[in-house]
Design a protein around this ligand. Structure first.
Ligand code: PEP
Ligand code: MG
Length: 582
């Protein structure tokens, strides 16, 4: 078959070449088999065992859900358990095994089909939800009858490039970076948390490649170019050679930046810019120091949930936070309180499915709604602050009320620790993310209540342009360099500085070399980014002069389209910095 190139969105830089590993949704195959009369009791026994195993599996999930969620959600599992005694499902399956002398899974399938037929005939909309439950339980039962174990499909025996329709952040966090050479998915946008995670893991990735799975077969060689968004299927030797040279050029470039580790991020004329890291996993903290960063600007604490799939206790959190704070000391570590919801849902935090999850129950809204969970986290962060280098910030503030409520709970948490005589840093800076247009418009007022702002352009862009950060259909609108976003950044900086507080930026724009000069021109005080990109950004900063940049920033604010801003930024970069081999 011929070489073919597909294009998507470059999500994480780098080039990967290797065999394709397709992750397909498992389709259950159930075929009828006649059972000899003497084996009927054994077949009935197989069915009975599957019921027991399903009950155990459901109870396990129920237990986790109970710890975390509203009672309504846990009730769903009661319904699932009751279905395991439903005569229409259970007795009928037994009857078919006996009378038709067929295998248990096929007998169950018939019972399920009858269930569905009956519900459809009744034509009652409300029964549709019940049907979803019946199918869910039925699928589990069939899996147990067939002896299928739900395993982690992302565990590879040998290295390869993962191709999937979609990946959730919790799937991504379990990827083994030694085995997964690259990632390509059919869905997803540049701002999705999956894209962010692949960058954190340093795995080249392309998202939003239509018809990817249908165009490629297992084990075929493919190339993923995370910078251009290209995926090459069945490459010719010549193409493989060209990309191997590119890989080598990137490795040489990265190597050439190594001496920067010990040098400060400062312009030629001496303006110091603080370069911080975004981290998702506690073990990344050690790397932050090693690459010569000025600290952690965003610790996405919700990944403690996502990686373990269960609620971390106050002590577990305190231990993890303290470890990071100690490792980084005296450099600052900024813990952002849980930003759950949106596309970041632990599999077992069962919350109602929402039509617009990014506009729904997310981040500070969840925390304020679950004060016990929130307080445990606040206690843990306070406990970790004893070394004097911890900062705390709240995500997704959209009203002054939310900020005041969050601060009130923080004050209560402080008081509780004081009472128990547990030491913490009384001066710990408290900031907030500015990532909703509402927060930008209120930033003059909000600035009076916090010690710092951190602009989250990943969300700010989606909310400003009304374009879901993970939706491929609108990814042409979702541009963090859109002039509307630049103006929102400028207003936040102006209001923050007028109130005397520093304004940092921790969205993906800080990880984009194209944006660095502009952001400094807009007087953003610190940039927090994926650790892998930091040496490159430091190189840009050490190549430019601060003088004149503010005027350029003002010039950029007069541009009217994304294309103009991009062109302007590219020209600036070209003017100051030698070619970058991506
Ligand atoms: C942002 O929105 O820019 C941000 C940094 O937070 P997250 O990507 O975790 O939503
Ligand atoms: Mg955000």
């Amino acid at each position: 078959m011929m070489e073919r190139s597909l294009s998507g969105i470059g999500a994480s830089q780098g080039v990967a070449i290797g065999p394709a590993r397709l992750i397909a949704e498992r389709v259950l195959v159930v075929k009828p088999r006649t059972i000899p009369l003497k084996n009927i009791p054994a077949e009935l026994e197989r069915f009975a065992r599957a019921i027991e195993q399903t009950a155990v599996a459901i109870k396990k999930i129920q237990l986790k859900a109970n710890k975390l969620t509203a009672t309504h959600q846990a009730e769903i599992f009661e319904v699932h358990l009751s279905l395991l005694q439903d005569p229409m499902l259970v007795d009928r399956t037994r009857e078919y095994i006996r009378t038709q002398r067929i295998n248990a899974d096929y007998a169950l399938l018939q019972a399920l089909q009858e269930y569905q037929k009956l519900f459809n005939e009744l034509g009652d909309e409300t029964l549709q939800d019940r049907l979803v439950d019946v199918k869910d339980v039925g699928k589990r039962l069939i899996e147990f009858i067939q002896g299928y174990k739900r395993t982690n499909p992302f565990k590879f025996q040998t290295p390869g490039i993962l191709l999937a329709h979609n990946l959730t952040p919790s799937d991504t966090i379990h990827l083994d970076r030694n085995k997964v050479l690259g990632v390509a998915t059919e869905l997803g946008g540049i701002g999705s948390h999956t894209a962010i995670l692949t960058r954190a893991l340093g795995i080249p990735a392309v998202v939003g490649v239509p018809r990817l799975l249908a165009s490629c077969s297992e084990n075929e060689t493919i190339i993923v170019n995370g910078a251009s968004g290209e995926v090459v299927l069945r490459p010719k030797q010549k193409t493989i050679h060209r990309y191997t040279l590119k890989q080598q050029a990137i490795a040489r470039f990265e190597h050439s930046l190594r001496p920067l580790v010990d040098l400060p991020a400062q312009t030629r004329d001496g303006k110091r810019i603080h370069l911080l890291c975004n981290i998702e996993l506690p073990e990344e903290a050690a790397d932050v120091k090693a690459i010569g960063a000025d600290g952690i600007g965003l610790f996405r604490t919700e990944y403690l949930f996502l990686s373990k799939n269960k609620l971390p206790s106050e002590m577990t959190q305190a231990t993890e936070y303290l470890k990071a704070a100690k490792t980084l000391k005296p450099l600052p570590v900024t813990f952002r309180t849980f930003d759950l919801g949106g596309d970041k849902l632990p599999a077992d935090l069962v919350v109602e499915r929402e039509d617009n999850p990014f506009l729904g129950y997310r981040a500070i809204r969840v925390s304020l709604d679950k004060p016990r969970l929130f307080k445990a986290q606040l206690h843990a962060i306070l406990r970790a602050s004893i070394h004097g280098n911890v900062r705390l910030m709240f995500p997704m503030i959209s009203t002054l009320q939310e900020l005041l409520e969050a601060k009130e709970l923080l004050e209560e948490a402080r008081e509780e620790l004081r009472k128990k005589k547990i030491p913490f840093d009384e001066q710990m800076p408290v900031g907030m993310m500015v990532e909703t247009p509402a927060a930008v418009m209120l930033s003059d007022e909000l600035a009076r209540h916090v010690d710092f702002f951190s602009i989250g352009t990943n969300d700010l862009t989606q909310y400003a342009l009304a374009a879901d950060r993970g939706n491929l259909q609108v990814s042409h609108i979702y541009n963090q360099l859109d002039p509307s976003v630049l103006r929102l950044i400028a207003l936040t900086v102006k209001n923050g500085h007028a109130a005397g507080i520093p304004v940092g930026l921790c969205g993906n724009l800080a990880s984009d070399p194209l944006a660095t000069i502009l952001l400094i021109g807009l007087e953003v005080d610190d940039l927090s980014m994926a650790p892998s990109i930091l040496p490159e950004i430091k190189n840009i900063i050490r190549s430019i002069s601060w003088r004149g940049l503010r005027a350029l920033g003002r010039q950029a604010l007069r541009l009217n389209s994304y294309e103009e801003v991009r062109h302007f930024a590219a020209q600036l970069l070209e003017q100051w910095v030698e070619e970058i081999p991506y």
